[in-house]
Write a protein that binds this ligand. Structure first.
Ligand SMILES: [Zn+2]
Length: 217
């Protein structure tokens, strides 16, 4: 059983690593987006409230998000195997609240320099069906997806200005949340630069080493 919180700038490859880690440790990857969708689909009491909030185009408040997480943590898969929590907490207040409802073994920061993720994201192009290309790819240059023929474009979210704004917000709020985990002795920073396999092995050995040491003490 392993209980991890995952941090990483957008574009750091967190989603890819989360699914590899989830398979490796048999712990469910719990992302906030999925959790909210599940709560709405299951029609739980809190799910009904979430639906109203989302329908109104508002942000889900912390207390509501915590209820959703609490419900999710009660599921059997989490009870048996732990979790990889992705997308929460984003603020120090959320971090403190989370530690009141569950034990966290480690908060892992997948560290990729800002300039690198900015390049990665702003060179991304997508078709209407979600196939992802890079600006130099033939599909991006021709502007047509070879799989489905839909236009390949840069999303508004992926322009350098939009990405920089999100990275700034991350720096301001999430860095403080990470500092909080650090103050609790729970932060593990892992170099996220490299191909996905390399980064994955780096992550697993850093996590295992740290948890082994903690168990010994
Ligand atoms: Zn496509």
């Amino acid at each position: 059983m392993i209980r991890l919180v995952l941090f990483g700038r957008q574009g750091a490859g967190k989603g890819t690593q989360a699914s590899m880690l989830s398979e490796h440790y048999k712990a469910p990857h719990i992302s906030t987006g999925d959790m909210l969708r599940e709560a709405v689909a299951e029609g739980t009491a809190v799910g009904t409230r979430v639906r109203a909030i989302l329908d109104a185009g508002e942000l889900v408040p912390d207390e509501t998000m915590l209820e959703v997480i609490k419900d999710r943590l009660d599921h059997d898969d989490v009870q048996q195997h732990g979790f990889l929590l992705d997308g929460f907490p984003r603020t120090v207040g959320q971090a403190k609240s989370l530690l009141k409802i569950t034990v966290v073994d480690l908060a892992v920061d997948l560290d990729v320099p800002e300039g690198l993720v900015l390049d990665r994201i702003s060179s991304r192009r997508v078709c209407q069906q979600g196939h992802i290309y890079t600006v130099g790819d033939h599909a991006a240059q021709s502007g047509v997806c070879p799989v489905d023929g839909t236009p390949v474009v840069q999303r508004d979210d992926d322009t350098p200005d939009a990405v920089t704004a999100r990275l700034d917000a991350y720096k301001v709020k999430t860095a403080v949340a990470m500092a909080y985990f650090d103050s609790q002795g729970l932060l593990l920073t892992v170099d996220g630069v490299g191909d996905p396999e390399t980064v994955f092995h780096r992550l697993v050995s850093a996590i295992d080493e740290r948890l082994d040491n903690d168990a010994r003490w």
